[in-house]
Write a protein that binds this ligand. Structure first.
Ligand SMILES: Nc1ncnc2c1ncn2[C@@H]1O[C@H](COP(=O)(O)OP(=O)(O)O)[C@@H](O)[C@H]1O
Ligand SMILES: [Mg+2]
Length: 262
């Protein structure tokens, strides 16, 4: 069974950057990789380095009205309906994913109304899909979540091998990390670890080591001009990264894999 890695943290800390690099590294390890963008503020396709023309063609699953209605037996945006709580989703990851190099990508998208955990057909479909890929698919799954962990039910959480929380050296990112840690415990995720990003100085390193005392802290990535430039110029970071930066991602990826296998 492939490993299931979830990544979360405050907006802008680098979740998608890390998820994308780990997805490419996992694929280089020879795994069949399914990356899932479960952040309503979706940017994993860009972080993977998928060209803009291809990104524009992706329609998030939450907006696939015909598919949602067909699978749940309910109309989107109509209230008081009875619909299938266990829609058939087994073929969706295969059929509806985009692909960039060796990484398969599913973009879930944002659910418009009802708030988190609403019983609208869109939400039912996305939750069922996550449960299916986490509990029943052999792929390596890398989930890029927003801090609220929407769509992650208890049953699915049981199948997540590691919740990796990304933080940057700042009070707000650390507070969000604590909130994600509590949520992860509540839903029953077995292992939670933290990864630092955008460290610009020794003070940043010391700050995070103190702020994260008691957490399984895997270490940090530097603030990197290469990462910044790759984003600005819209080139795949996996190509732009030099040996030093790739080495830093690899070291952390190895630490993640140690947690995934224990
Ligand atoms: N280590 C880093 N050094 C410099 N810029 C970074 C680093 N990590 C991420 N970024 C940049 O920060 C921004 C937010 O990163 P992103 O991965 O999209 O965050 P998130 O998915 O958490 O919202 C992007 O412009 C990205 O290129
Ligand atoms: Mg993101």
């Amino acid at each position: 069974m492939g490993f299931k890695l979830a990544i979360s943290g405050k907006g802008g800390v680098g979740k998608s950057t890390v998820a994308a690099m780990f997805a490419h590294l996992a694929a280089a390890d020879g795994a069949r990789v399914l990356a899932i963008d479960a952040d309503p503020d979706a940017n994993l396709a860009a972080a993977l380095g998928m060209p803009a023309a291809e990104r524009r063609k992706i329609v998030p699953l939450a907006e696939r009205r015909a598919l949602i209605e067909q699978r749940t037996g309910a109309k989107v945006k109509q209230y008081g309906q009875v619909f299938k709580l266990n829609p058939d989703v087994a073929d969706i990851a295969e059929k509806e994913s985009a692909r960039f190099r060796d990484v398969h990508l599913l973009v879930l998208g944002a659910i418009e109304s009802g708030g988190s955990g609403c019983a609208c057909p869109e939400s039912v479909l996305l939750r069922a899909l996550l449960m299916d890929v986490v509990l029943h698919k052999d792929d390596w799954v890398i989930l890029d979540f927003e801090a609220g962990l929407e769509h992650l039910g208890r049953a699915t959480a049981q199948g997540v091998d590691l919740m990796l929380i990304v933080v940057e050296p700042g009070r707000r990112a650390v507070e969000t990390a604590a909130a994600v840690r509590r949520l992860s415990n509540e839903v029953g995720i077995r292992h939670v670890a933290v990864l630092g990003n955008k460290l610009a100085s020794d003070e940043d390193r010391v700050f995070l080591e103190h702020a994260l005392a008691g957490e399984d802290y895997l270490g940090g990535l530097p603030f990197s001009e290469i990462i910044h430039r790759a984003d600005r110029e819209d080139v795949p970071l996996v190509d732009a990264a030099d040996a030093e930066l790739l080495g830093q991602f690899r070291v952390l990826w190895e630490r993640v894999k140690e947690r995934l296998t224990c």
